[in-house]
Design a binder for this molecule. Structure first.
Ligand code: NDP
Ligand code: MG
Length: 388
């Protein structure tokens, strides 16, 4: 293993991806230095992480700055405001790699800045790519930034495409474990508790993405992500249910060959690849034992049982401002579901209504995306209030 020490900024270090990223980095202290860590509310965990990794910068929600300052008690670590300073952090000359592990649409601005500044970007965040993927990819092409995706499916596709030409690609097969409700009849969905929905059979993730996995909206977002990251037509992306979550995605080429990426169901694998690309280092994770895997199965998704996926595919075909609307309405609906304000099946109803009533605009600008996001959230909130 050869390495030149790289300086890493993690946006969202206190979440599921952020914590796993720090676990990966801590295995290679000679190759990586943590220069910045950020969180929104969880100042206690951020302080613990900062004491361990000694970054130059930390950023936290404004109302927690004082608490963080008191507990850190270190003049060496600069404390910034997460609402204001993420863009500043991403463009620091000190930063080689930006890991975008924060959730939500607010990752868009720092993502764009990192792309414009030509950084090595490891995005787990999908919201920014869904709503403004074209803008991000254009900035990346212009600056020479490189994006090595962390989302396991996008990482798999990226890996399968290495050494191949995108013009020879025939199909992308995006695999989906099926989420918590794959084996539950649709009529029972609303009888389940929030805890049941959050009990994902394969992956341990943040709450929002776990609910999106149960509705299969997450897979719809991933179709949009793949469309942007690999510049492919949506008709070239097929979703395949693969409950064992061992094949992380596949691609087929014009000659009929199919390449797949397989691995343990552990996010540390795609995270490490995104950090060490184009090298591969020992991850310390157990090897796949094919003799113990049993069957690997594949099936078509049921779009009547999981209408959010069908809706996302429709949205992907239209593009423009519609993906922003899908993301905004879904974020509001899932939040309302997690707060006990609406039932599970009402997530689709709210999102569908907001999407179907939106007047699509093309040729996106950042301002347009921000305005549409704000307007459509209000629409979703009003619908949710009527349900209550
Ligand atoms: P979590 O909810 O576990 O963590 C979210 C992180 O973002 C936390 O550090 C949180 O801080 C921070 N954060 C939340 N809101 C804001 C905000 N407004 N401003 C700044 N920081 C904020 O999410 P996950 O780690 O599960 O997911 C992160 C992203 O990665 C999502 O976009 C998700 O879709 C994507 N992803 C996740 C996967 C997974 O396995 N978890 C797999 C593939 C993609 P705090 O803790 O202080 O609230
Ligand atoms: Mg994924």
């Amino acid at each position: 293993m050869t390495c030149r020490k790289k300086k890493v900024l993690i946006l969202g270090s206190t979440g599921s991806i952020g914590i796993n990223t720090l676990r990966v980095l801590s295995r290679f202290p000679d190759c990586f230095e943590v220069v910045g860590l950020t969180a929104h509310h969880n100042w206690r965990l951020l302080a613990e992480q900062a004491k361990l990794f000694r970054p130059k910068y930390v950023a936290i929600g404004q109302k927690h700055i004082l608490a963080l300052k008191l507990v850190l008690n270190s003049p060496r670590i600069k404390i910034l405001a997460v609402e204001r300073d993420l863009a500043f952090l991403t463009v620091l000359p000190d930063v080689d790699i930006v890991v975008i592990a924060m959730s939500g649409r607010l990752a868009l601005e720092p993502f764009l800045c990192a792309a414009q500044a030509g950084k090595h970007i490891a995005p787990a965040n999908k919201e920014a790519l869904v709503i403004a993927g074209e803008m991000i990819m254009a900035a990346t092409a212009k600056s020479g930034a490189r994006i090595i995706p962390v989302d396991s499916e996008q990482s798999a596709i990226f890996q399968c495409l290495q050494g191949n030409h995108i013009k020879d690609l025939k199909k992308i097969y995006l695999t989906a474990s099926g989420g918590a409700l794959y084996n539950t009849p649709r009529q029972n969905f609303d009888a389940l508790t929030i805890a049941d929905i959050l009990n994902h059979p394969r992956w341990k993730m943040g709450k929002k993405i776990t609910v999106d996995s149960a509705t299969l909206m997450n897979k719809g977002f991933e179709v949009l992500e793949a469309q942007r990251l690999f510049a492919v037509d949506v008709n070239k992306v097929d979703v395949v249910i693969h409950p064992q979550a061992i094949v992380h995605s596949m691609v087929s080429f014009k000659d009929g060959s199919v390449l797949a990426q397989l691995g343990m169901t552990d996010m540390r694998l795609p995270i490490q690849y995104a950090l060490t690309y184009p090298q591969r280092w020992d991850s310390g994770l157990p090897a796949l034992d094919f003799t113990k895997l049993g069957q690997l199965t594949f099936a078509k998704p049921d779009l009547r049982k999981f209408p959010c996926l069908g809706l996302a595919l429709q949205v992907a075909r239209v593009g423009g401002t519609l993906p922003t609307v899908l993301n905004a309405a879904d974020e509001e609906a899932v939040q309302a579901f997690l707060a006990g304000q609406i039932r599970f099946s009402q997530i689709f109803k709210v999102v569908d209504k907001v999407v179907q009533t939106h007047k699509v605009q093309k040729r996106l600008t950042l301002k347009m995306v921000q305005d549409v996001d704000a307007q459509e959230r209000l629409k979703a909130k009003a619908l949710i209030a009527k349900i209550k």
